[in-house]
Design a protein around this ligand. Structure first.
Ligand code: SF4
Ligand code: SF4
Ligand code: SF4
Length: 461
């Protein structure tokens, strides 16, 4: 006889110890009944709930996650829930952009006295999740159905093609040569005067049309420095590396997008202003695939926000009439959640977990990345669908409000996963919600490290 046992909807409830856990307890002592598919996991504070925990729960087979904590103003750590409110707001938007049905990820404020509210919230959430389907939620689809994502991919390619701009060889080469001379002279001066112990810039790569990172440690090698449209690497990534820190004060060559990363590192107290001399380059854009990089078409900065010495002069740079990356984000926003989910699963399925994206990002400076932790093992180490999905979401979530859009992560990805689209989507949401653009001012607080009492919370029950 066929087994007719009904599958129970599984909901993970992440609750803070002081309010929502006590509220759930109050529901129990009052003998209020709520859905028995819910499992409560207690945290000291909602501020301690990393998006990683939510992803892990979904990956392990729950149908939905409910996060609940103290009402604003009641946090036992004063502001933990207010900081969490911002983080969850952005994380929720990221998940919706990936195609997750919003009913699967819900938030509520429940106090210790609100046993009845806890009961009502849990029952409503359970009912909504049950409406989704009788099937268990499939977190990652192995293997992803690439054909379903094909149409979106073709439309993205069409947008990119429409915005393709080639460099004007004749004018750019003269400009690059002049700037290279100025840069070498500046590097020699700084090293001769012992103002810095090294100049970090670029030198010609071994292959044509490439440039590599280069440390000039003495004036006699300064002539190996170059400046051209192939100087892609965001050199700010080196500033937090222990071996580079041992050099003491160094000068570093920065494009405007690189300078934004330096601003971010200063905001996060990873470097001190007196430790670096910034050689700002007036930027003509960088080249990828024989045309101007997509990020440069929508870039409005020619001069870095922060520098000690400026090299180059003004002049026009072709820019797109509209931001192509924003167009791509809009295209995905307008697709159905299922199309988006397929698209991103297909993207993530290609990840080989090389972590090149992490290695080039100035903001991935943790001594031990979450992906390298084995006890507990939050993200499976090998390249397979569940871990790939978790890694790519967590990378984007941990960089929310910090990413300066240098697009290095997307550029170096050997399998062309569209990390730039994910990064841009979050940057747009951060701008809309908090009127903040990363890397513009050392004085301003990163948006997810602060809060406003009137922050948006209509997504919270
Ligand atoms: S994004 Fe802007 S600053 Fe960065 S390389 Fe392109 S044009 Fe230069
Ligand atoms: S660079 Fe690409 S393939 Fe490598 S870990 Fe990052 S997303 Fe995956
Ligand atoms: S996440 Fe990517 S685009 Fe953003 S700062 Fe890091 S490397 Fe640059």
């Amino acid at each position: 006889m066929k087994d007719q046992v009904e599958r129970k909807t599984k909901i993970a409830a992440f609750v803070c110890n002081w309010c929502s856990y006590a509220g759930a307890d109050a529901a129990g002592t009052s003998r209020l009944q709520y859905d028995d598919g819910v499992r409560i996991i207690r945290f000291p504070c909602t501020g301690r709930i990393d998006p990683l925990f939510i992803i892990k729960a979904l990956e392990q087979g729950v149908d939905g996650v409910l996060v609940s904590g103290c009402h604003p103003g009641d946090c036992h750590y004063a502001t933990g829930n207010l900081l969490a409110r911002r983080r969850f707001n952005i994380f929720r938007k990221l998940m919706l952009f990936l195609g997750l049905d919003e009913r699967r990820l819900q938030f509520a404020w429940v106090s210790a006295a609100e046993g009845a509210k806890w009961t009502a919230v849990v029952n409503t959430v359970a009912d909504e999740i049950k409406q989704l389907s009788g099937e268990p939620f499939t977190w990652a689809t192995p293997p992803a159905d690439g054909k379903k994502a094909q149409s979106l991919r073709e439309q993205i390619a069409a947008i990119e093609q429409a915005h393709r701009v080639a460099f004007q060889e004749s004018s750019i080469e003269a400009q690059e040569a002049a700037m290279t001379q100025q840069l070498r002279q500046q590097a020699k001066q700084l090293l001769d005067a012992s103002e810095v112990n090294a100049v970090l810039g670029y030198t010609s790569g071994t292959l044509p049309q490439t440039a590599n990172s280069f440390f000039a440690l003495s004036p006699d090698v300064a002539d190996q420095l170059v400046w051209n449209r192939y100087c892609q690497t965001n050199l700010a990534v080196y500033l937090t590396r222990p071996l580079v820190r041992k050099l003491g004060k160094i000068a570093v060559v920065v494009k405007p997008c690189d300078a934004r990363a330096v601003v971010g590192l200063l905001q996060e107290h990873q470097i001190q202003r007196h430790e670096v001399h910034l050689i700002g380059m007036v930027c003509q854009g960088v080249e990828t695939g024989g045309a101007m990089a997509l990020k440069c078409l929508s870039c409005t900065q020619r001069t870095p926000t922060l520098y000690d010495t400026l090299i180059g002069a003004g002049g026009e740079r072709p820019t797109a009439s509209s931001n192509p990356l924003d167009e791509i984000v809009r295209l995905l926003d307008n697709a159905s959640p299922e199309q988006r989910w397929n698209f991103w699963q297909d993207e993530f399925s290609r990840c080989i977990r090389c972590y090149a994206c992490r290695a080039v990002c100035p903001f991935c400076y943790c001594e031990t990345c979450i992906t390298d932790k084995h006890r507990p093992q939050w993200i499976t180490p090998s390249a397979q669908p569940e871990g790939n999905t978790a890694w790519n979401i967590i990378r984007a979530a941990h960089l929310a409000g910090r990413c300066v859009g240098c697009n290095e992560c997307a550029r170096v990805c050997p399998v062309n996963i569209r990390l730039d689209i994910l990064n841009r989507k979050i940057a747009i949401e951060i701008k809309n919600e908090f009127d903040y653009e990363a890397g513009q001012s050392v004085e301003s607080a990163p948006p997810l490290a602060t809060y406003r009492p009137d922050d948006q919370q209509e997504f919270i029950r």
